[in-house]
Design a protein around this ligand. Sequence first.
Ligand SMILES: [Zn+2]
Length: 188
Amino acid sequence: MPRPCGPCGDKRRNELDRRLLEMEISGETYRGISQDFGYSEDALRRHKLRHLIIDLSEIKQAKEEARVEAHEKVKAEELEQTKADVKECMATRLENAANFFDQLKEIRAKAASLLDQAEGARDLRAAGTFLKELRETIRLWAELEGQLPQTQITIVNNPEWVELRAVILTALDDFPEAKKRVIDAIRK
Ligand SMILES: [Zn+2]
């Protein structure tokens, strides 16, 4: 088992190491350092070569690893942030869209209710106006759902519209004249 390295365990190691490392600059010799610290020149040489330089390269490597790690961490954080931003952006857009649909649903419900009232009052002129509003709302809805750009047939086939149309036409069974006007209006 090799003897433990004296300079490695020396209390003055910081200063010793510094002076060993600065020899090229300071012009100090192993002999001078040996005299100051009490280790043989060979012991100092061995320490510098085997422990000091290796330590330094390890520190350098550790620093480099830390730098790479920090860099990767920043990259990862940036990526996460970007992901979060995109997610937030999408969420906001979806939320806005959802709100818009909710509003449209409300408008539609209101229009349908007004239509009911108008029909109940046999106010056919008013019924026609509300129906127009209703139709416009449904058109807008379908447009938003991306169904309108294709053809008008898609709206006609839209289950919501089909159902609503059936309800309206049934409600108008007792008013043949109104029903005819409604059918005409729908076909426009
Ligand atoms: Zn040593």
